[in-house]
Design a protein around this ligand. Sequence first.
Ligand SMILES: Nc1ncnc2c1ncn2[C@@H]1O[C@H](COP(=O)(O)OP(=O)(O)OP(=O)(O)O)[C@@H](O)[C@H]1O
Ligand SMILES: [Mg+2]
Length: 481
Amino acid sequence: MASDTVLVIGTNLTDRDVLTRTVKDIGHPVLAVGSLQDGLALLSSLRPKAILVDLDDTEAGALDLIQQIRLESLEAPLVAVSSTNDSALAVKAVRAGACDFLVKPLLPQTLREAIKRGFAQNGGNPALSAASTSVAESDRSSHNLELLFRGSERMHAVEDIVRRAADTNVTVLINGESGVGKEMVARAIHQISGRLDKPFVKVNCASLPAELLESELFGHEKGAFTGAHRRKPGKFELAHQGTFLLDEIGEMPLSLQAKLLHVIQDGKFFSVGGTELISADVRLIAATNRNLAALVTSGQFREDLYYRLNVVTIPIPPLRTRREEIPALTQHFLSKFCLQYNREMPAISSETMRLFQEYSWPGNVRELENMIRRLVVLQSEALVQEEIALRTEKPQYDMTPHGPGLAKSAAALRGGRDLGLKDIAKKAAMAAEAAAIKDVLERVRWNRAETARLLKISYKALLYKIRQCGLDGHKTDGRGK
Ligand SMILES: Nc1ncnc2c1ncn2[C@@H]1O[C@H](COP(=O)(O)OP(=O)(O)OP(=O)(O)O)[C@@H](O)[C@H]1O
Ligand SMILES: [Mg+2]
């Protein structure tokens, strides 16, 4: 099992000491080393909980070494740190496998959040989850079936399908907008199925480049590629007899889709560089906020895989169509965050509740959750009310070419003024950019380095656009969602 120790790797002694202190501040034992090579050598004996790499003054080939470290220690989140906000470096670090890129000086809370997000991205290895019982984790446990399914007719209908499918082995495809609760429903299926005492393993297909994703899913043999010093089991193997959630399945590269299809058909696969077939008995759940049928039409998703996955499809309705859940969810998040941040329970006025009931919640339950988090931390209802007013004023993001959204937003863009066509086009382009940026940010849990990579713009340009589009109001702590 992994230790609780965080491994700090940094060449500069003074900076290394500062990082060491920050890690201690968040309550972890630390082991600090001066080079990536030393860090790599320690991994198998230490099994660190997380790895912090200071990119300042690192040796040549540092990013290759980071990739090796990440492969050696698939479950530990690796956070890259630098004194410069260098977008190109951030993108490279994330591509090499870092779950986040933070700029010094680091605040303890920022680091804590980055590590937590890293765990979420890495799929919450059961052993590690048990070691880090957070409020977020307890949220995912059994007592929440009530909150998840019993608050509205529409979710009650979801529960009905979940219960009928849960105790079979069929593959389930969970579909729904970002933040609706797809992962919670997947965990509910695991909980209700007979596999509860076996692992629930998640892999986010959008969070890793293709080569790393293949190794993450299927494992690799010793010597399969540079840096593969020993055999590593993949997540499929780790999920044996349990449930395996393939999150953001729409982002899986086509080359891996073929391999996945074989696994679903035969229950067997080769690890990277392996010659022996490995079998794993897993209950597969796939989740996506994309329209897989449309991806099939555009050639981005294999049709045969699509039909294999959607034996049972569970659509999760957006929050705006199940508003009756809002009061109970609000209450739940209030208690959760008051406990987490040690704050007084704020009273929610009927005016705020009315705004909550009228707002469209494009980011769904996650947006409500983050809004309540801010309310609890800042202890200001007025700020939350202002924020909703601001978000409501923004053009809505339905930019489908002939949809009512565009017509509405064209009128909204003119705002009753005599704007020239150029200005209208500029505003419309900005609204479309804002929609795309927001969509990707939510998909990758507000990881801005990853968003920049997916949108193929520099990290700096992304930060500028986030500010320009007024999306920075969504930011919580650090670089996270
Ligand atoms: N019914 C619920 N009760 C309590 N918390 C909920 C509920 N539904 C969703 N949440 C919370 O909202 C957030 C989003 O839920 P979840 O991660 O399951 O959504 P998702 O659809 O997988 O989102 P994404 O598409 O962004 O991955 C999580 O923090 C989750 O704990
Ligand atoms: Mg999810």
